[in-house]
Design a protein around this ligand. Structure first.
Ligand SMILES: Cc1cc2nc3c(=O)[nH]c(=O)nc-3n(C[C@H](O)[C@H](O)[C@H](O)COP(=O)(O)OP(=O)(O)OC[C@H]3O[C@@H](n4cnc5c(N)ncnc54)[C@H](O)[C@@H]3O)c2cc1C
Length: 410
């Protein structure tokens, strides 16, 4: 049925019926993002959504989406919660990379990649951070040099989530060393499986191997691999980071299903308190209540900031407010869970209450919530400078040609 004149409530009812018929119930133990199997499953589920007409609800119809407003996506999200969804594709593929491609790509690039992404045929990741540091993104040293019509890419990227399973990486590289750092960058679409690209998986303290480091050795990229303008990569990266803040702060219209990367679930805390026989403990009750209240506030803040950015009352950089709050909330939820689980969270001893292993692993991973998508310190800087209009922080390399900036041991 055509959706042109369908109200949100009609759409919701149609989605509810379709979901019941077409998607399996969520098991609550979804596969981890460090297995090929999990990514294959996500691709399959995305295909099911696509064929059912529920993929890319807010992406334009000419690129394979539905061209509907965020209210339709939110209705779909709510209805989809009981079902298994391709949540792995939300971040970074859909909400960051495809969203950036939509803003920055040429017509050919959009037609080549967006329908494939929405069908689940193409996974996109971000190649931004480098081994010497991710916060000073504009100070990166991966280089792309012209060779006739082509570019030759050399360098290394790190912390690329899910790169081993991806098809393309949006890669920021330095193309001009004679100008200040922000002005000599270019964004490229790099095929992950091109000659000269080596992807190595990194084992984290949690045991997960989702993160990767990539090495680029004379990778040949055609002229049409450039996303946006040559040497205007900072504008492209700013757009990408805007989408990243939206994705991690919960304001992106391009994710589908449960909101991504928001960390913690007060209902899980309640289950944990029950499983460990602490429902009657006053301190535990207060902790669970506080965690629940924070989550309610977070959800309302997300709605409020989304509306304020949409109406122009706040600048797009205000996405950093929800990004910061979401990280604070994720820390509170994981810390609360560990307090309730007690030593079982560390030992997961035989006979321990259910879920305590997850509690311990979530605790180990919790620093990630204040780093992923740019650190919370950098979010505070964005809020002070670009939302509150406070003076910019001092930078010794501002307006200095990059080849004259002191780096490392030079
Ligand atoms: C779950 C997760 C997924 C990620 N996925 C990707 C990905 O797909 N692709 C990708 O490219 N990267 C990814 N990253 C990397 C992420 O973008 C970086 O971790 C982040 O930008 C911080 O960079 P860094 O870790 O190198 O820390 P650094 O930049 O070395 O910073 C270290 C600490 O110093 C602080 N700091 C640095 N500069 C300042 C300053 N000027 N003012 C105040 N404090 C400062 C930081 O806030 C941080 O606490 C991911 C990270 C995580 C945790």
């Amino acid at each position: 049925m055509s959706t042109d004149t369908e109200s949100v409530e009609e759409f919701r009812a149609r989605a509810r019926d379709w979901l019941r018929e077409n998607l399996p119930p969520a098991s609550g133990t979804e596969m981890k993002s460090d297995s090929e199997e999990a990514w294959d499953r996500a691709r399959q589920l995305q295909r099911v959504l696509h064929d059912g007409g529920f993929a890319g609800i807010c992406f334009p119809a000419e690129y394979g989406g539905r061209g509907l407003s965020p209210a339709y996506q939110r209705a779909f999200d709510e209805e989809s919660l009981p079902y298994e969804m391709p949540l792995l594709l939300n971040v970074p593929t859909l909400a960051i990379c495809a969203a950036s491609l939509l803003d920055l790509g040429t017509e050919e690039q959009k037609r080549a990649h967006l329908p494939a992404v929405l069908r689940g045929d193409e996974l996109l990741v971000q190649f931004l951070s480098e081994p010497q540091g991710g916060s000073d993104l504009a100070g990166l040293t991966t280089r792309a040099e012209r060779d006739g019509e082509n570019w030759i890419l050399n360098g290394s990227k790190i912390w690329s989530s899910g790169a081993y399973a991806a098809d393309y990486g949006l890669c920021l590289a330095r193309t001009n060393w004679e100008v200040p750092k922000h002005r000599g960058l270019t964004m490229f679409l790099v095929p992950v499986h091109a000659d000269g690209v080596t992807v190595q998986r990194i084992k984290q303290v949690t045991g997960s191997t989702e993160f990767c480091q990539e090495f680029f050795d004379d990778v040949v990229l055609p002229a049409d691999a450039v996303l946006g303008e040559v040497d205007a990569g900072w504008a492209a990266a700013s757009r990408l980071l805007f989408h990243e803040r939206g994705a991690l702060g919960g304001t992106s219209p391009y994710t589908s299903g449960a909101r991504p990367h928001l960390g913690g679930d007060p209902d899980a805390l309640l289950r944990l308190a029950r499983a460990t026989g602490q429902l009657g403990d006053t301190r535990v009750r207060e902790d669970v209540g506080a965690a629940h209240a924070m989550t309610v506030v977070r959800d309302q803040l997300i709605d409020h900031i989304t509306q304020a950015i949409t109406s122009g009352a706040l600048p797009p950089a205000a996405g950093s407010i929800t990004r910061l709050f979401s990280a604070e909330n994720a820390w509170l939820q994981t810390d609360t869970a560990l307090r309730i689980a007690g030593p079982d969270g560390a030992t997961h001893a035989p006979g321990a209450a259910a879920d305590t292993e997850t509690v311990g692993l979530d605790y180990l991973f919790r620093a990630a919530w204040s780093l992923a998508g740019g650190s919370t310190e950098m979010a505070r800087t964005v809020i002070s400078e670009r939302v509150l209009g406070m003076p910019r922080e001092y930078a010794a390399d501002r307006d200095v040609p990059f080849n004259q900036v002191k780096r490392g041991r030079n």
